[in-house]
Design a protein around this ligand. Structure first.
Ligand SMILES: Cc1cc2nc3c(=O)[nH]c(=O)nc-3n(C[C@H](O)[C@H](O)[C@H](O)COP(=O)(O)OP(=O)(O)OC[C@H]3O[C@@H](n4cnc5c(N)ncnc54)[C@H](O)[C@@H]3O)c2cc1C
Length: 279
């Protein structure tokens, strides 16, 4: 289908983007366009104005920020996958970026667009939830930082207001932690039917810390706290996998029923935890 008519402006800076978003009711940012353009074509979105931030180079970077990596919102999936700092300090992010869609999607799609879109089937939001990342947002009232646990609110719903621009993603460095992201798809290059991210920290043979997060197992990325606790107390992958779906509310759709997804999450959690512990 052809999108409904809209006006189009190119922003040269973040401040200009914030200003342009405030210039009309129902204005929307355009980043890589790989989620928004399909919605426009289906007329599920009918913004009056598109504000293109594709040329805002100040949002395209990866920087070492001490304990964290700071990643500009317009950094593309392809660049995340190949960036040496991301590979060294947050390899789960680099690995996962390489699993997104196909090369065309990875060359256009951005981490900021993926996060701001709030699609529970997206991969990077799950990783950010597992790593307790922070999201930096600039709006008419200035800049604020929102923890990933508070940023994702529901299906296509986030903490972003209508005039907000997500500018930076701050991700704690992993250090020596073991990690894994296991994504199950019906066909190559699909969105995840279910995905499981696991990060495990061990010392002297015991598990000190575990973070487990699930993709497409609810309206937003799900942290599996019961499974994290089971892994730490019992040091048993099977005990953790058994309760991994406890806090989830999976959808039923053409890729699988909720019941199937709960079972799949257990199987994938076992694989992800074994891989993370072995790393
Ligand atoms: C064929 C195909 C396969 C795909 N497969 C996968 C997959 O396997 N896994 C996966 O995770 N994703 C997948 N995607 C989605 C892809 O990752 C998108 O690129 C991403 O979700 C959106 O990023 P974008 O830069 O294209 O954002 P856009 O489409 O430009 O924008 C998406 C939304 O975010 C808003 N937005 C964008 N940037 C900002 C910002 N900086 N601040 C505030 N709001 C902003 C826009 O206004 C819009 O509402 C796929 C897409 C396609 C087309």
């Amino acid at each position: 289908m052809i999108p409904a008519p809209f006006d189009y402006e190119i922003a040269e800076s973040v401040d200009q983007a914030v200003e342009l978003l405030g210039s009309r009711d129902d204005a929307k940012l355009l980043a890589g366009g790989h989620s928004l353009i399909p919605l426009l074509r289906l007329r599920f979105a009918r913004p009056a104005l598109l504000v293109d931030i594709g040329r805002v180079d100040e949002l395209r970077y990866v920087r070492d920020a001490g304990e964290q990596l700071a990643i500009g919102a317009m950094t593309r999936h392809h660049d995340l996958h190949h960036d040496p700092l991301v590979q060294e300090h947050t390899p789960i992010v680099s690995y996962t970026a390489g699993l997104i869609g196909d090369p065309q999607v990875r060359h256009r799609g951005t981490i900021g667009g993926s996060v701001a879109h709030g699609d529970p089937a997206s991969d990077l939001p799950t990783i950010l939830a597992a790593l307790d990342a922070d999201l930096v947002v600039r709006g008419p009232g200035g800049e604020r930082t929102i923890p990933a646990a508070e940023f994702f609110r529901g299906v296509f719903e986030t903490a972003l207001g209508p005039q907000d621009v997500l500018t930076e993603i701050r991700i704690p460095k992993l250090g020596p932690a073991g990690w894994s992201y296991v994504k199950f798809t019906r066909r190559a290059q699909d969105w995840a039917t279910v995905g499981v991210a696991a990060v495990v920290r061990r010392s002297n043979g015991t598990i000190d810390e575990a973070a487990i997060a699930l993709t497409n197992m609810g309206p937003k990325p799900v942290r599996a706290h019961a499974a994290e606790a089971a892994l730490k107390t019992a040091d048993d992958v099977n005990a953790a996998a058994d309760v991994v779906a406890q806090e989830s509310d999976p959808p039923s759709d053409t890729s699988g029923s909720a019941e199937y997804r709960r079972h799949l999450a257990q199987v994938l959690a076992r694989r992800a935890l074994e891989e993370a512990i072995a790393k």
